[in-house]
Design a protein. Structure first.
Length: 490
């Protein structure tokens, strides 16, 4: 038995577009951190901000190919996607390692063959990322704030740079992320097609949906994927949280009983009863997950792959999305093969068994599923190719997708986009236009973006956006590791 009884629950209660083609709101001035949290983060509303980071540490706006090439430490090795044949960027793009300086030289010469995206970060003993960033940002650490002022009390999960050469535009493929995203366009421009988590059922995803949390965060079938609303894996907090929730339920029931006895305000009683329902829902999730442990949801990788279809007949040719270079632009750089675990307190002997079988406590799971041509696709990618499929093809192959409401926005150089967790997006990147260029192919000034992924909030207060200090403790640990790496690179 899987958590949530194999019944997908879409509990999303954030902002949704009212009609297809609706524009993303644009702010002409930078909001205060409180306003940003209250009006956009809390309401789960995408927004374009016509400004860049005001933090004194932010020097990313000065980045160009030439300026970066002159900085110290650019011989650090990075992972780069390489386009060996047309259409191999994206989910099937091979990655190679090369010095960042060599990558810069190739992009500066106008090559469209290479693209830099999320970098691999080692995991700790709990299967979570052990640092906030890696090269080339380790060497560029003096050029950006670790936590921008705008983010207030939100906690970063990962920091990345995205860079390539796309004079005629390249796209990412339709997908969602597991974190809130503050996305800063440094060079060039980006065009986003967006769909809310409320339309998750219409996205034809490679994974099987299990739950859409009220803040939009998506969980997939398989107990290794089950998390709280803020993305904390239940496996890491189940025992402590179950005890806390049970205590909270008892206390709240007592308060409600006393309030009714005193004839207190009905609105206050209704609010407490609503909070009680949430706590009971949390407790049900913990109990369901405890049951799943006992039934041994530990299928081998080969068994899982054999059981997973590669999509409907006739859909395979389109499964990789656009033929552009964006690996998963804005897609959390989480590792695949996160494995086979239950989500409750796991005894030491069970952990050893998981390790013997290749299991992991990693989150979020982006275990890749087999598709045509021996390629793989993570759960959170759609089978729909927005660039190449025409309306009639979509209606024939993916009819439910027509029920989804699309938003659009263009993010120019010097602007930022806030995109809440699990908002589906297809990103098309364009180079910075060169004055006097005869055509698009002469635009060799590349495109550069920089982003902060933050853990989606589970609380409603600016001062305390999370229910506990789990992510704060993790952040401090990662901050220490990242700072150590940056010091060693000096």
């Amino acid at each position: 038995m899987h958590c949530f009884d194999n019944c997908m629950k879409n509990e999303y209660n954030g902002f949704r577009p009212t009609h297809s083609g609706q524009k993303v709101p644009i702010l002409d001035t930078l909001p205060s951190p409180v306003k940003f949290f209250r009006d956009y983060v809390l309401t789960r509303t995408p927004v374009v901000i016509n400004a860049t980071l005001p933090d004194k540490e932010w020097r990313g706006s000065t980045w160009t190919v030439d300026a970066l090439a002159k900085k110290d430490g650019m011989d650090a090795e990075v992972e780069v996607e390489q386009r060996t044949i047309p259409g191999t960027f994206g989910l099937s793009a091979p990655k190679i390692r090369m010095p960042f300086a060599k990558f810069l030289a190739k992009v500066g010469q106008g090559s469209t063959e290479y693209y830099i995206t999320t970098q691999e970060i080692a995991e700790d003993e709990e299967g979570l990322p052990s640092a906030l960033y890696s090269s080339p940002l380790t060497e560029l650490r003096q050029d950006f704030p670790l936590v921008p002022h705008l983010l207030g009390n939100l906690i970063p999960s990962n920091i990345n740079v995205w860079m390539g050469n796309s004079p005629e535009g390249s796209c990412s493929g339709l997908h969602h992320d597991f974190h809130d995203n503050l996305y800063i366009v440094v060079r060039g421009r980006k065009v986003f097609d967006l769909y809310s988590p409320g339309d998750a059922e219409h996205m034809y995803l490679h994974g099987e949906l299990a739950r859409v949390h009220p803040n939009g965060l998506i969980n997939y079938e398989g107990t290794q994927n089950v998390t709280r609303e803020d993305g904390v894996p239940y496996a890491l907090v189940a025992d402590k949280m179950k005890e806390s929730v049970e205590h909270g339920i008892l206390e709240l029931e007592k308060k409600i009983h006393e309030a009714k006895g005193k004839g207190e305000n009905e609105e206050n009683i209704a609010a407490m009863e609503e909070e009680l329902e949430k706590l009971e829902s949390h407790l049900d999730a913990y109990l369901d997950c405890d049951m799943s442990i006992g039934e041994g949801d530990l299928a081998s990788e080969d068994e899982e792959e054999d059981d997973e279809p590669g999509g409907e007949e006739g859909e395979d040719d389109e499964e990789d999305g656009c033929d552009g270079e964006e690996d998963d632009e804005g897609s959390d750089g989480t590792t695949s093969d996160t494995g086979k675990i239950g989500v409750a307190i796991i005894p030491e002997e069970r952990k050893r068994k998981l390790e013997d079988e290749g299991g992991s406590l990693s989150f979020p799971s982006t275990k890749k599923r087999k598709v045509a041509g021996e390629q793989s696709a993570p759960d959170h990618f759609s089978k729909i190719d927005l660039k190449n499929l025409k309306g009639s093809d979509i209606e024939r192959k993916f009819p439910s997708f027509l029920n989804a409401k699309r938003m659009v926005c263009q993010v120019q150089e010097g602007q930022m986009l806030f995109l809440p967790a699990s908002w589906f997006h297809n990103v098309t990147s364009y180079n910075r236009e060169v004055e006097g260029a005869k055509d698009a192919k002469d635009n060799h000034q590349c495109h550069i973006a920089f982003n902060y992924w933050t853990h989606p909030p589970s609380g409603v207060k600016f001062e305390k956006p999370y229910v506990d200090d789990f992510w704060q403790q993790r952040f401090q640990k990662c901050q220490s590791a990242s700072s150590s790496s940056s010091s060693n690179s000096d």
